[in-house]
Design a protein around this ligand. Structure first.
Ligand code: HEM
Length: 505
């Protein structure tokens, strides 16, 4: 929707921005840090906060590189001030596990996700405490193993449909390709909806919002964000996405009203809102809550996997030997016996250890959720330090997955490290300590879509890499851009090349 134009549009934009701003406020029952009983404490070394904020705002280096440099210089805990907060980057696997898992009840989500509240509201990623657990239980059936197996077919169907638009020698931006594909998949599987027409609007707006809110979270203060023209602009952009989400909800409502149950995530949530399921879950789900959950699943359900697949294409293009080995596996497993290749299925996944390993190694080196933050609800002893209640603790898959103390050749793309002596994919094969491999987070805040993501990434890569070996356009410099997810800074311009042994059907 245009934010200029008629007076009606202007009013709607104002209302939308106001709603988004209201969403930013944490709910009344949200936990709050207890007052610290520590008094004056000694703090670990670290850079001056203003230098960190300046570096983040100047964007010469990406935040993942800035934080990595700070963590390496001040292991195992670095400290700096940012927008009134004491921030600690913890870079030891055991200490990260202590804070994020052992003390999960003593922490709440950190400032990055709080900054994205105008977009995500109080959905599963951002909600807290009992309310979060209730919403998580409600969503869980959509992620049971049997459901994932049924989604697998839809994932492959969407990948094949997408590939139908590719031509040999054609130029694409692989980030856009993977984003529109995973967006279509999440629409089809979780919401039974065709979102292909909305991919572009959603993708562009989302990128702007993620970058914008990411930057503004360095400022932190809600009033300042709202006072800045950029902050107000971002709030009004949320409205464009709201329109798509509202359409998905309206379509489902109409079906539920007509007695049609689509047996998908949203239908369950609507029923939990509307009927006796409300009794099971305590209170019914408000309209606004429904909107927050749909927005959260649309966002969390496609952006991360799209980035994992995008990075995989780049790493494969940069490592032709590995791409060749991947293709050998796919050509062997998907051989249809009559000189062609068939589409992969859920049952094939266990026969595709190398494909799995390529995705694991990609996620190790380029973890889409590159950082996790928590605010302490109470004073906490972390290693040799007392951290006062209210402090922010950051744990970063980007930093831990690239730590040479645990990962040999940490900056080398080596899928073989994930394959055990029997040739099977094994997540424990690298033999790293607990907390050094954390792409999907911890405990009751661990990614609910983890199995969905593995299944989708492996099947999409298998479907496409069986026939295609895209090449990076020469001269392209690929750099990371870390906002809420880790993205290639200027996209990934690639030339599509069809494998000579891939049939043209
Ligand atoms: C490669 C793909 C993915 C990665 C790397 C990833 C990573 C993560 C991480 C690290 C968290 C925890 C964040 C924290 O503790 O602050 C998380 C949470 C979450 N993820 Fe994913 N994710 C992926 C795919 C997905 C998919 C496909 C879905 C849904 C279909 C999804 C839905 C969610 C949701 C709803 C949460 C919040 C869970 C809760 O707090 O209860 N994610 N994800």
């Amino acid at each position: 929707m245009s934010s200029t134009g008629t007076a009606k549009d202007a009013t709607r934009t104002k209302e939308g921005a106001a709603k988004a701003a209201a969403r930013r406020r944490a709910p009344a029952d949200a936990p709050a840090p207890a007052p610290s009983a520590l008094g004056k404490v000694e703090r670990p070394d670290g850079p001056h906060g203003s230098l960190v904020v300046l570096a983040l705002l100047r964007r010469k280096q990406s935040p993942n590189q800035i934080f990595e440099a700070i963590a390496r210089a001040h292991r195992p805990i670095a400290h700096f001030r940012m927008a009134g907060d004491h921030v600690y980057i913890v870079s030891d696997p055991q200490l990260v596990t202590d804070v994020f898992l052992t003390h999960a009840r003593d922490v709440m989500k950190g400032r990055g996700l709080q900054a994205a509240r105008p977009l995500l509201g109080n959905g599963l990623l951002t909600s807290e405490g009992e309310f979060h657990l209730r919403q998580r239980r409600l969503a869980q059936p959509a992620f049971h193993k049997q459901r994932i197996a049924t989604y697998a077919e839809q994932m492959v169907t969407e990948a094949v449909r997408h590939e139908g638009g590719w031509t040999d020698g054609g130029h694409v931006d692989m980030v856009e390709e993977m984003t529109s594909l995973t967006f279509a998949i999440v629409g089809r599987t979780l919401f039974g909806t065709d979102l292909t027409g909305d991919a572009r609007t959603f993708g562009d707006t989302l990128e702007e919002l993620m970058n914008g809110f990411g930057q503004l979270s360095a400022i932190g203060n809600e009033r300042i964000v709202r006072a800045l023209p950029k902050g107000r602009h971002l709030l009004s952009r949320v409205e464009d996405l709201d329109a798509v989400v509202q359409r998905i909800i309206d379509e489902h409502r109409a079906d539920v009203a007509n007695g049609i149950d689509r047996h998908d995530l949203l239908s369950w949530m609507i029923q939990a809102r509307d009927d006796e399921a409300a009794a099971t879950y305590g209170t019914s789900m408000s309209d606004e809550q429904l909107r927050d959950e749909v927005m959260t699943f649309v966002l969390a359900g496609h952006e991360t996997t799209a980035m994992a697949l995008s990075w995989a294409w780049w790493l494969l293009a940069s490592n032709p030997d590995i791409a060749g080995r991947l293709h050998d596996e796919l050509a062997r497993v998907l051989d249809d016996g009559v000189g062609g290749l068939r589409a992969p299925s859920y049952e094939d996944i266990s026969s595709l250890p190398y494909t799995y390993a390529v995705m694991a190694e990609t996620i190790r080196m380029y973890p889409p959720a590159w950082i996790m933050g928590r605010r302490l609800l109470t004073d906490l002893r972390v290693g040799d330090w007392d951290l006062p209640s209210g402090s922010i603790v950051l744990g970063s898959p980007w930093i831990l997955h690239r730590d040479e103390r645990f990962w040999g050749d940490a900056t080398t793309f080596r899928p073989e490290r994930w394959v055990d002596a029997d040739g099977a994919f094994d997540e424990s094969a690298p033999g790293v300590p607990r907390g050094a491999w954390i792409p999907f987070g911890f405990g009751n805040r661990r990614c609910i879509g983890e199995q969905f993501a593995w299944t989708e990434a492996v099947l999409v890569l298998a479907t496409l890499a069986a026939k295609w070996q895209p090449e990076l356009v020469p001269g392209t410099v690929v750099q990371t851009q870390a906002a809420v997810t880790l993205r290639p800074r200027n996209g990934l311009p690639m030339t599509l090349r069809r494998h000579t042994d891939a049939p043209h059907v």
